[in-house]
Design a protein around this ligand. Structure first.
Ligand code: NDP
Length: 282
């Protein structure tokens, strides 16, 4: 497909964390809809897989810019921006998707995890988003561009004790979204955020679960209506469609600074009622 056809025709997008999972689905969807995309991650092998996915959709390799790098480093962020400008000449859309739930090697949970674990979660899930956004703003302002952040239902308002540090970081992304949206709309830049529930991606193996454990986790979630009322875990493509909606000015121009939950109903369930068998008649 030519980049002059489709809802993202002539748009240039950077999708962080596009070597896997949600970011990969976003990059493929954007490219299928006419965008030129910079795809990025630390793993060349996984990034090549995303590249092959895009080519299989009939997209020209000219429309794809591959950047290997660590988003947590100043050099990695600068290279990502500069190589996009070098290859495509502008930036219209930034999807801040790269992230991970970094756990404690000593298997501690909540506030008992080492503070170094908080630092690692914060550096990847918050600091890198802020720094990359700062670097992209001048380019996004030139084109009245869009930013979509990827948060999580872990951001609250419910507590998320076990993974306290990750959840605090994602709550920060929600508030960052609101603050950025207010400050940047005067430059014509829109900022919004998606908050996914359970989506089976590389996320869970990055947390240290093996394939069997991930499979069991997904089956347990699906089987329990108090976990996911919809009865299915989310697919990366489900989240990608919402991100595309928020990145597409024609579809969502009046949505500013919102955090939109996409979780199959998980956050609707009230623990007090779900956990009280006396209230269930069926
Ligand atoms: P994946 O593990 O499949 O993808 C994470 C992506 O982030 C990979 O492309 C990975 O690339 C990249 N990444 C991680 N660390 C770095 C780094 N230091 N530098 C550069 N890239 C990095 O997980 P998901 O697709 O599920 O995660 C995407 C987003 O969705 C994350 O922000 C996550 O917090 C959020 N989310 C996920 C949920 C889920 O259930 N899956 C639920 C709610 C939110 P590489 O390994 O090549 O470096």
């Amino acid at each position: 497909m030519s980049s002059s056809v489709g809802r993202f025709a002539n748009k240039v997008a950077i999708v962080t964390g596009s070597s896997s999972g949600i970011g990969r689905a976003v990059a493929v969807l954007f490219a299928e809809n006419g965008a030129k995309v910079t795809i990025t991650g630390r793993s060349r092998e996984k990034l090549d897989e995303t590249f092959r996915h895009i080519l299989r959709s009939g997209i020209s390799s000219e429309n794809v810019n591959q950047v290997i790098g660590d988003i947590g480093t100043n050099d990695g962020q600068t290279h990502l921006i500069e190589s996009t400008i070098q290859k495509f000449g502008k930036i219209d859309i930034l999807v801040n998707n790269a992230g991970a739930l970094i756990t404690d090697k000593n298997k501690k949970i909540g506030i008992f995890q080492g503070i170094d674990v908080f630092d690692k979660n914060f550096d990847l899930n918050v600091r890198s988003v802020m720094e990359l956004t700062q670097k992209a703003i001048p380019y996004l302002a030139e084109n009245k561009g869009e930013i979509v952040n990827v948060s999580s239902i872990a951001s609250g308002p419910q507590g998320h004790t076990e993974h306290l540090y990750y959840s605090v970081c994602k709550a920060a992304i929600d508030q960052l979204t609101r603050n950025l949206a207010l400050q940047l709309i005067s430059k014509g830049i829109r900022v919004n955020c998606v908050n996914p529930g359970t989506v089976i991606t590389g996320f869970y193996s990055a947390m240290g679960l093996n394939d069997k454990e991930v499979e069991k986790f997904a089956e347990d979630m699906k089987a329990n209506a108090d976990c996911i009322p919809r009865g299915e875990v989310g697919k990366p493509e489900d989240i990608a469609k919402l991100i595309a909606f928020l990145a597409d000015r024609d579809s969502s121009s009046y949505i500013i600074g919102q955090t939109i939950t996409i979780d199959g109903g998980s956050t609707l369930v009230m623990g007090m009622l779900a956990g009280n068998s006396a209230l269930h008649n069926e």
